[in-house]
Design a binder for this molecule. Structure first.
Ligand code: GLA
Length: 362
């Protein structure tokens, strides 16, 4: 968005400059004002009145990949770069290479960065997991980690997923593989303090709780609402909620729409934080991405974006797609090799899904 404002102001300045020009005889040159003063309506970054993000891989930030990002997105998120196991190599050993790389790319290209993610059960480094710390030691170390990471990127990362995936779909706390669950009697209070540590390290950063299936699973949504209410009652900060939005072209639209409305009734900022839409919904080995499938896919993108647009304007934080092009997406390994979930094809050409996204924007 920062980008939009700068572009538009620049265009207005240029236009004003041209109107004030005179030719060599001193006669004023009458020129039509440049059309560029209006945001382009065929570009998702320029059309959207909220952030348009993409999950990126630092090592790929060049060539067509980088150009596509600059042209169509206003913010980036590290697909792996800011996960704990990727940064925290040992108690006093932080590897900033990849995270710094993407933060520098964003700064150079005037893009925002959404940080993902500070505390996630799946990314505690093994050295930490194996230490089996008691709760006090555990928390001291996590506090230091949060202060160090958020502090390093203060003013450079506009928002953080402070906690990711702490609930099951039925609303119970995740226990499997979750070091927080087995260490704390009151995990929610621990997470609340994590939000506090993040806020202390960068008071301007927006702080999110992020999870999957949020708009589908009423139990999980209920648990999130209870957590938000508790945070409010106990004075812990929280600015927003993210639903990852790893859904399918066949996912029930009414459920999504109602779930989003319910989520927004918390009054918090809402992030569609890892959007991708599976089209090969039956994992068909003979799947062909025919024009008819592409049209169905575009319709799904349009619907999802339309539902996001229906929440109050002040609560629309961003829509982030989980990847840039079909050339590389986690879904070809996690779901099916014949999967084409994103807005750009493997040659970085806009797909019909891009048009669907665009049409969904107000
Ligand atoms: C979850 C995490 C993401 C990512 C995906 C798979 O959604 O939040 O960071 O690991 O799984 O890519």
């Amino acid at each position: 968005m920062k980008n939009n404002i700068i572009r538009i102001s620049l265009a207005l300045l240029l236009t004003a400059g041209m109107l004030a020009c005179a030719d060599s005889d001193g006669d004023p040159i009458v020129e039509e004002p440049e059309e560029t003063a209006e945001p382009s309506l065929d570009n998702i970054r320029l059309k959207a009145k909220f952030g348009i993000g993409a999950a990126v891989t630092n090592s790929e930030l060049n060539g067509q990949y980088a150009n596509t990002l600059r042209t169509h997105f206003s913010q980036i998120t590290g697909e792996y770069e800011m996960k704990m196991a990727h940064i925290w190599k040992g108690e006093n050993n932080y590897d900033w290479t990849a995270a710094d790389g993407m933060v520098n790319f964003a700064a150079t290209n005037n893009m925002d960065v959404h940080g993902h993610t500070l505390v996630w059960y799946n990314s505690f480094p093994n050295w930490f997991r194996n230490a089996n710390y008691d709760s006090a030691t555990f928390e001291t170390k996590i506090k230091t980690y949060i202060e160090t990471v958020v502090g390093r990127y203060k003013g450079k990362v506009i928002s953080w997923d402070v906690a990711n995936e702490i609930f099951n779909d039925d609303g119970t706390l995740r226990r499997d593989g979750c070091p927080v669950f087995r260490t704390f009697n009151d995990p929610i209070a621990f997470y609340g303090r994590c939000f506090e540590y993040a806020q202390a390290a960068d008071p301007d950063a927006k702080l999110f709780y992020n999870d999957y299936n949020v708009v589908l699973a009423a139990g999980k949504r209920g648990a999130m609402r209870q957590m938000v209410n508790r945070f409010r009652a106990d004075g812990y900060p929280i600015d927003g909620l993210g639903d990852q939005f790893h859904y399918m072209a066949s996912t029930n639209r009414t459920t999504i729409r109602n779930g989003l409305t319910d989520l927004a009734s918390t009054g918090l900022q809402i992030h569609m934080s890892e959007l991708d839409i599976r089209i090969n919904v039956n994992k068909d080995d003979n799947f062909v991405y025919l024009p008819s499938e592409q049209a169905k896919h575009a319709e799904a993108y349009k619907d999802f974006v339309t539902f996001f647009e229906a929440i109050p304007q002040s609560q629309k934080f961003a829509i982030t797609t989980w990847g840039v092009s079909d050339k590389r997406t986690w879904l070809t390994s996690w779901w099916h090799p014949k999967e084409y979930p994103l807005l750009f094809d493997e040659n970085f050409q806009k797909k019909k899904t891009y048009e669907g996204f665009l049409e969904g924007l107000q």
